[in-house]
Design a protein around this ligand. Structure first.
Ligand code: 6OG
Length: 169
């Protein structure tokens, strides 16, 4: 057993408009093929909010005033570093949502399925997201500040959570 001597700081940002959430299909890097918010590593000398704002512009082409929605701390058996992710939310973005080398943005609906609207968007694709997302995305969507932790393990070449916990703050 080795202690985790470093914590890597990441951001993950979700943009909302009326009953819709903007996700991106990750085209390269960590989590390729999964839908997620927009984000990445906090660079030296940058605050987490600055990093979140920068990453949103780099990966989706838009700017928005962001607020911290939750925090997620996790470790993985294949990494000697721990991960801290600040999860941000925003609305009222400026700019044009743009596909980038890293992300293909797409709107999803979180309106209850029985409420039919003329142009129904697909629901949040949890089967194509990180396995722990279903535990905290509902808190994010409901504007409940949250915190959580998880231990990931490599099983059959896949990174899967073996133990996790999420709660409201
Ligand atoms: P790049 O280094 O590729 O940014 N991320 C996670 N997102 C979710 N939803 N669940 C996880 O559980 C995650 N682990 C990392 C943080 C990596 C991006 O992936 C996010 C960053 O936004 C394991 O630029």
């Amino acid at each position: 057993w080795l202690p985790y001597s470093q914590v890597k700081q990441y951001t993950n940002t979700f943009i909302f408009r009326d009953h819709e959430i903007l996700l991106g299909l990750k085209k390269r890097g960590f989590g390729t093929g999964k839908y997620n918010g927009f984000g990445g590593k906090v660079e030296p000398g940058e605050s987490s909010l600055q990093a979140a704002t920068r990453e949103l512009e780099e990966e989706a082409g838009i700017r928005a005033a962001l607020e911290l929605a939750g925090v997620f701390f996790f470790v993985s058996d294949k990494e000697d570093k721990a991960f801290h992710i600040d999860i941000y939310r925003g609305e009222n973005f400026t700019g044009l949502i743009t596909e980038t080398d890293e992300m293909r943005p797409q709107w999803f609906s979180f309106r209850e399925a029985h409420i039919q609207t003329p142009e129904q968007l697909p629901p949040i694709p949890f089967h194509q997201m990180w396995e722990t997302d279903p535990y905290w995305i509902p808190l994010l969507v409901n504007r409940q500040p949250f915190a959580g932790r998880a231990d990931f393990r490599t099983q059959g070449g896949k990174l899967l959570p073996s133990k996790w916990w999420f709660g409201t703050v």
